[in-house]
Design a protein around this ligand. Structure first.
Ligand SMILES: Nc1ncnc2c1ncn2[C@@H]1O[C@H](COP(=O)(O)OP(=O)(O)OP(=O)(O)O)[C@@H](O)[C@H]1O
Ligand SMILES: [Mg+2]
Length: 259
């Protein structure tokens, strides 16, 4: 795959926590418009890899390129403005705010850059607020969450919270979205809905996704390419069919047991 079509590329990425090497020289790339799966057993280093890409954790070594730019070690808020969003393995909703407010606060704030902007700031801010609320309402409708618009996010089900997390990515002009276990704790009906949302955002909004997930049906349905991590290293990458039949992957997951 040529460099031009890669929106995210990590090379030689490593992270040590004291003596523990959680991620050890990981290389992979995510092509524009792709939905790439990042899978592997518990403790393989998947979330740590996302934390480094999303700017929450500085890598010990290695390089991260976003849309062709070296963004290694850049802060989350800078990456956010460049179109990188992530969701969390454990949902990060503001429990005491409503669903609508949770989405509204995820929208970027427009800052005035000229004296004219400050002159008109009052009106501009009010206009922006109205736009953000409108976008938040549209997003709730897209997610099928209109009925919980004014519900406190803390009262939502696990699946609804996951949908709200995906909704937060829609409040920004996202280009690359990292989803950490969007299916975890989600019932099968909502799970299908989450998968549909991802497909729709990919097809209609052109989002590129990298998805960590333990539900292999979801990965098989969504992902063209799958990267398998084990003990902090890339074990292999390929299609889900290739991954499913690879001895090394079976070993990594099941320790060689026949299942
Ligand atoms: N902040 C930290 N400090 C110390 N060790 C950590 C830290 N974060 C992760 N680890 C360790 O790094 C290793 C990789 O953890 P990580 O959360 O990246 O795994 P994972 O692949 O996401 O696993 P899971 O599928 O269970 O979510 C684990 O051994 C974990 O205990
Ligand atoms: Mg994890």
């Amino acid at each position: 795959m040529s460099a031009a079509s890669s929106v995210l590329r990590v090379s030689g990425l490593s992270k040590s926590f004291g003596g523990l090497q959680a991620v050890r020289g990981v290389d992979f790339e995510v092509e524009e418009g792709a939905i790439v799966g990042l899978i592997g057993p518990n403790g393989a280093g998947k979330t740590t890899t996302f934390n480094m890409i999303a700017g929450e954790l500085p890598p010990t070594t290695g390089k991260i390129e976003l849309l062709g730019e070296d963004v290694t070690g850049q802060r989350t808020d800078l990456l956010y403005h460049k179109g990188l969003m992530r969701t969390f393995q454990l949902s990060h909703e503001y429990a005491r705010m409503t669903s609508l407010e949770n989405l509204a606060v995820a929208a970027p704030v427009q800052r005035g850059e000229s004296i004219w902007a400050s002159w008109f700031a009052g009106a501009a801010v009010r206009k922006r607020e109205a736009e953000v609320i409108e976008l938040a309402r549209e997003t709730l409708e897209f997610l099928g969450l209109t009925h919980v618009t004014d519900e406190l996010a803390g009262n939502l089900s696990g699946g609804q919270k996951k949908l709200l997390e995906i909704g937060r990515t829609m409040m920004n002009d996202s280009k690359v979205v990292l989803l950490d276990e969007p299916g975890a704790g989600v019932n099968p009906t909502l799970m299908r809905k989450v998968a549909e949302m991802i497909e729709q955002l990919n097809a209609e909004r052109g989002y590129t996704f990298c998805i960590i997930e333990h539900d292999m049906d979801m990965i098989a349905r969504l992902c063209g390419k799958v990267v398998v991590l084990a003990e902090g290293q890339v074990l292999m990458e390929g299609t889900m069919d290739e991954v499913r039949n690879d001895e090394r992957v079976i070993d990594a997951y099941f320790g060689g047991e026949v299942v």
